[in-house]
Ligand binder design. Structure first.
Ligand code: AMP
Length: 291
């Protein structure tokens, strides 16, 4: 496995691999601190492509001024070991200076990919203004740099997956996007790099998120179909958490659903974001479940 930080070197290496392997390029974009959730994407990518690239980049343009950009976990040596063991061909780990130009560092501005207001200004985007512009911009840049044929994203970040798919359609990227299932701990907690922030008590409280989602799924299966009732149930289960949102939307449109009907069944997604107190600060976690 090659570890590359420079964009031109990466392009050169991909060109060489394409000549020697003569096949498809798969990309798994990440921010590192890799766990089994990320590795499930890598595994799928490895199965479906001849050349596998994982990117590790904590992207400054998707973090708000009061968010955890500086303290986000950076564990490149461990990430490299996991990628090597998973059969990755190239680990692309650039620094911000490899990705953004001097103008950005001077003016804190760059050319952005901005999805429509109504698509980004809800759920996670409501409390994180500019977040999805930053995400689309870095993912668009990675698509252009790697010229990948396929890219793999987790359903854990369901709104992100929806927005990336839309960006690919809207901007005619010739890239197949695959959404991969959420990987959880045995007790239900969705794996996340931010779980490393959780102390024991916070870990216990964080578990209320997935438990609330499972409860709602169970109720829905038993015939409770009104979104308001299901949302109230979720809220009641999310004890010791500062809930940012709990909503039920259509997976196809990300518009709110009021009643889960036959036609929307298996197409309704309950999404939650909540903050949990840990070591004197708040950790923001997200999760979702198909109903
Ligand atoms: P991140 O490093 O958090 O930006 O995540 C990189 C990719 O891994 C994104 O597409 C995430 O949706 C995906 N991912 C993160 N956690 C999980 C998980 N528990 N299960 C499946 N995919 C995940």
């Amino acid at each position: 496995m090659k570890i590359i930080s420079n964009v031109e070197k990466l392009r050169e290496e991909i060109k060489n691999l394409k000549i020697s392997k003569n096949g498809t390029v798969g990309l798994v974009p990440t921010m590192g601190a890799l766990h089994k959730g990320h590795l499930s994407l890598v595994e799928k990518c490895r199965k479906e492509n001849d050349i596998v690239i994982v990117s590790v980049f904590v992207n400054p343009t998707q973090f708000g001024p009061n968010e955890d950009y500086d303290k986000y976990p950076r564990t490149l040596d461990a990430d490299a070991k996991l990628c090597e063991d998973a059969g990755v061909d190239i680990l692309f780990a650039p620094s911000p200076k490899d990705i953004y130009d001097e103008y950005y560092f001077k003016n804190k501005e760059t050319t952005l990919i901005c999805p429509p207001y109504d698509v980004v200004n809800k759920l996670c985007g409501k409390s994180r203004p500019g977040h999805f512009d930053g995400v689309c911009t870095i993912v668009g840049k990675l698509f252009n740099i790697t010229k990948c044929d396929r890219a793999y994203f987790g359903k854990k970040d369901a709104q992100q997956l929806f927005i990336i798919k839309k960006m690919v359609r809207d901007l005619n990227f010739d890239i197949e996007i695959t959404g991969c299932p959420i990987v959880r701990e045995e007790d239900g907690l969705a794996l996340s790099s931010r779980n490393t922030y959780l102390d024991n008590n916070a870990r216990k409280n964080a578990l209320n998120i997935s438990h609330a989602l499972y409860k709602v799924k169970g109720l829905c299966k038993k015939g409770v179909k009104e979104a308001d009732t299901l949302i109230d149930t979720a809220l009641a289960y999310m004890e010791n958490l500062e809930v940012e949102y709990a909503e039920i939307v259509s997976v196809d449109t990300f518009e709110k659903i009021d009643i889960i009907e036959q036609s929307t069944e298996n197409k309704a997604l309950m999404l939650v974001a909540a903050k949990v107190d840990s070591n004197g600060s708040k950790v923001r976690l997200i999760d979702n479940i198909e109903l």
